[in-house]
Design a protein around this ligand. Sequence first.
Ligand code: CDP
Length: 237
Amino acid sequence: MEKRELLYEGKAKRLFLTDDENLVISEFKDDLTAFNGEKKSSEAGKGALNNKISTELFKLLEANGIQTHFVKMLDDNHMLHTKVDVILIEVIVRNIATGSLTRNLGIKDGTILPFTLVEFDYKDDDLGDPKLNDQHALILGLVEHQDELDKLRRMARQINDILKPYFADKGLNLVDFKLEFGKDKSGNIILVDEISPDNCRFWDMESGEKMDKDRFRQGLGGLTVAYEQVLNRILGK
Ligand code: CDP
């Protein structure tokens, strides 16, 4: 499958059309951004690591009954996937308090939450991705019906129920992560985007070491080494 015109360029990926109107190609970039694009950098090899990690995790989720946009990995930096209408809601799943949850609500960093928290953010960089409740999402027309919001929450919990024990088995705490969903041409809601250390937080269960994009956000260094370790643990190396 060949890349055709550039359809869209995001912060971490470029999206290309293909000869098949139902399929598109994502190119995973080495670029890194944080704090709504205020902090920028690039790390050679980061894009390929995220493509490989996402590929493994999409395969795992598909094998466990979650519909995703994944079709196949084409090469180190390219993934073929279904074309969807992206739902402009970032679904945030949290098992342990950190980041904005700690900042906004004062819950002590590292607190294990009494149950998994699922939140919605409006995917809008100009507005700084504000928090949404269900009524906001319906008023903005981000989905058509309450049922669809319920479905996003249900799918997010199912995905967490698969990923959390999977990573625990590999010595990693899945602290929190962000999911995106879209509607395919039949109107089915499916998982899209990527699942990688760019949008998940992983803490090593023994050392507590951060093995995700917080290494960049917090200037800790060693980002690609950490991402490579996540991939190696996934591959059982
Ligand atoms: O990163 P920050 O602390 O500002 O945001 P958060 O709401 O605590 O992030 C929760 C989780 O969602 C983290 O794993 C982030 O990496 C991820 N996230 C993301 O990938 N993209 C966003 N726009 C917001 C959060």
